[in-house]
Design a protein around this ligand. Sequence first.
Ligand code: ZN
Length: 177
Amino acid sequence: MLCLACHHPDTKVTDSRLAGDGLAVRRRRMCEKCGFRFSTYEEHEILNLTVVKRNGAKEPYAKEKLESGIKKSFQKRPITDENFRMLVSHIEQDIEMLGESEVTTSDVGEIVMKHLKEIDDVAYIRFASVYRSFKDAESFRKELKSLDPRSRAPKKQQRTRKNMPRRKNPRFKKIKK
Ligand SMILES: [Zn+2]
């Protein structure tokens, strides 16, 4: 990577450590010519993935779009930048685990909802209400009910979507309502 100060092509990595929960790397770099120090943050990136929208239109996958949709659901909710990054990163992992070069917006939506449900009921219900555009009051009520801890246990056993392994991340503490 070019030096930010003098654009010299050789910079030396002086320190390298895992960030988030190990899915990203933060590196300290030093320019070999002028000695300028800076850091970089590297995380994996989804490339060559096409998203098929409800109307059949296709567009290249864009992380920013995913993030902005999720961010709206977390408005005024207590989530740190670090946890937000981890959340997005876990969602992207699941998208990649579908192993497809094309995914539908509803594939992505279901994955997002699965993760939101694990960490914040309010964000989940906001996202779900936009995404599923609840047809009627009854389906909305059912969804709210599914968040009730007393009705949660049996629901979990039904979750077998596309034989995806369900990853429990102990680092995520559920945010209280
Ligand atoms: Zn330099």
